[in-house]
Design a protein around this ligand. Structure first.
Ligand SMILES: [Zn+2]
Length: 97
């Protein structure tokens, strides 16, 4: 049996895949995509989320570096305080500030 050819819906290149059972790349109902177009489309679609995740990663890295410098005995207390503060911020948001 010959393997069916599958072309990218975006650029028309062969996807090197052959249908849903062969790992074809879809975004919701759109596709199939070649790998390059799939990631380009994914990045475009979720660009704002990616930017925010990037910022979050940076903030988290800085916070972990600060915790690295904190005394070991204070780390659990600091994490608990951060959790309580985050809960309070969330409650303020839910209560309309
Ligand atoms: Zn493509």
């Amino acid at each position: 049996m010959t393997r069916p050819l599958e072309c990218c819906v975006q650029c028309g290149a062969l996807t090197d895949r052959a249908g849903a059972g062969d790992g074809s790349l879809y975004l919701n109902d759109d596709g199939p995509y070649c790998e390059g177009c799939y990631y380009d489309t994914l990045i475009t679609k979720y660009e704002e989320a990616l930017v925010r995740i990037g910022h979050l990663g940076q903030v988290l890295t800085e916070a972990l570096e600060m915790l690295d410098r904190a005394e070991k005995r204070h780390i659990a207390e600091l994490v608990e305080l951060a959790r309580l503060r985050a809960g309070r911020s969330l409650a303020m948001l839910e209560g309309g500030l």
